[in-house]
Design a protein around this ligand. Structure first.
Ligand code: GLC
Length: 426
């Protein structure tokens, strides 16, 4: 029955594929990894190394890069108590949604190394006192810019959204004859979790709060949030292509990496790919904090994201699965992933490694970026977070595509979430 379900889900999700594994004695542990950028490849090499070291085998299950599709797939498998996946790569906003399906991993991290993980990440993965996942890497939204183009037009790195729009426009005008399809700013505008991340950055940078505040009160219907969304709406068709409304991380990276955009919002993983040997923009890219809005409470903002590893309580090999999690979240493996894929380690010690620093100069400013980071309201809304986020990103998408105005859209989100939460009692 489970096999049939997995096969059916594979058809639904298209990119689900079971890949090969190392041949050895021992048990087989199946791990699901995202296929964003080179994540899958690095997951495979890491898991294979563990298999070789322990004499076990690994089976890698590729899942969609789109967070919402991946969550639906996981929910289907876990609701059916599937034994097909032992280790799940989960998003930073899912511990509350999926906690009941995972074992406590408190013992998977060696006692003397517990303090090496960032406490905020451990707190995020702890639900009702249970460590439901071990932090693997942290994400924060970053502004990527073309150093060469800003130099050519004598423009500083923009610090406000208004300045970003002006600079993008000026560079586009100047470059139009050489590159007719040059874009000013590419980001993630598809109706999915990534849009919640982008829109939260705009809203928070205008002092417009976090959709739901940390006490559980729905706060999105406010003038600064509305202003932030109205500003973003003006980018469509001017500095951002209309197609951005269908972009996820990889579509934005595709445009930026082919040299067709001045600015991009993306996660850290795009750094190593933008600077890979075959990248047309190698060595031409800089990274900065995302711009701030205006108003008395304006600030720079970066949505906090990241991935963790959890072990299914339906796993037939929980001991080996937990050991694979221990290995993949170990300092050596996090170092390898930081150098090869610019994934931000969840362990503090890895940041002081010289090779890690040389491969990722922006890591030195990451502390500042983390200080500006804003978390999505997943802890306070718990199991209902996905509903909160979907309500928000669908409404934001409607505003960006001109179907509704920001004021009525946010008032609608406010009313819906108020009802869903029974007036803030999540
Ligand atoms: C990245 C982040 C994750 C976020 C997702 C949105 O994978 O790590 O936290 O939800 O992007 O697309």
């Amino acid at each position: 029955m489970i096999r049939a379900l997995l096969a059916a889900t594979a058809l639904t999700f298209g990119s689900l594929a079971v890949l090969s594994s190392a041949q050895a004695e021992g048990v087989t542990v199946a791990i699901s990894c995202s296929s964003l950028g080179i994540e899958l490849q690095l997951c495979q090499t890491g898991a294979d190394a563990w298999a070789k070291q322990t004499g076990n085998q690994v089976k890698l299950v590729s899942t969609p890069p789109d967070a919402n599709e991946r969550l639906s797939l996981y929910q289907t498998l876990l609701a059916a108590h599937s034994k097909d996946i032992d280790v799940f790569q989960i998003d930073a906003v899912w511990p509350g949604i999926l906690a009941t399906h995972f074992i406590d991993l408190a013992d998977a991290v060696p006692a003397d190394q517990k303090g090496d993980f960032f406490p905020t990440l451990i707190a995020n993965d702890t639900v009702d006192g249970k460590l439901v996942a071990v932090p693997w890497f942290a994400d924060a939204g970053l502004l990527y810019y073309r150093k060469d183009l800003l130099d050519k037009y004598h423009k500083p790195v923009p610090t406000t959204w208004a300045e970003l729009a002006d600079t993008a426009k000026a560079v586009m005008d100047g470059e139009k004859s050489a590159t007719p399809d040059i874009q000013g700013y590419v980001w993630q505008g598809r109706s999915y979790e990534g849009l919640t991340c982008n829109a939260l950055e705009w809203v928070y940078s205008y002092g417009g709060g976090t959709i739901v505040d940390d006490k559980g009160k729905v706060s999105i219907d406010n003038p600064q949030a509305i202003k932030a969304l109205e500003q973003a709406r003006t980018w469509i068709g001017t500095i951002s292509p209309a197609g951005v409304l269908n972009y996820s991380e990889e579509e934005s990276r595709g445009v930026f990496q082919s040299g067709k955009a001045v600015f991009m919002r993306n996660w850290p993983y795009a750094w190593s790919l933008a600077n890979a040997g075959d990248s047309p923009i190698k060595d031409k890219v800089g990274i900065a904090v995302l711009p701030q809005g205006d108003g008395s409470d304006a600030k720079h903002a970066a949505t906090l994201g990241g991935q963790q590893l959890a072990v299914s309580k339906y796993s037939v090999h929980p001991k080996e699965a937990a050991d694979l999690v221990r290995y993949l979240t170990g300092a050596d493996e996090e170092k390898r992933r930081a150098i090869q894929g610019s994934f931000n380690p969840s362990r503090k010690s890895v940041y002081s490694d010289k090779d890690v620093q040389a491969a990722n100069p922006f890591f030195s400013g990451f502390q500042q970026i983390l200080e500006n980071a804003v978390a999505r309201p997943s802890t306070v809304t718990g199991q209902k977070y996905n509903q909160v986020s979907s309500t928000f990103f669908q409404a934001v998408h409607g505003v960006l595509s001109g179907q509704s105005d920001a004021k009525s859209a946010m008032s609608g989100v406010d009313k819906t979430l108020d009802r869903v939460s029974h007036r803030g009692r999540w």
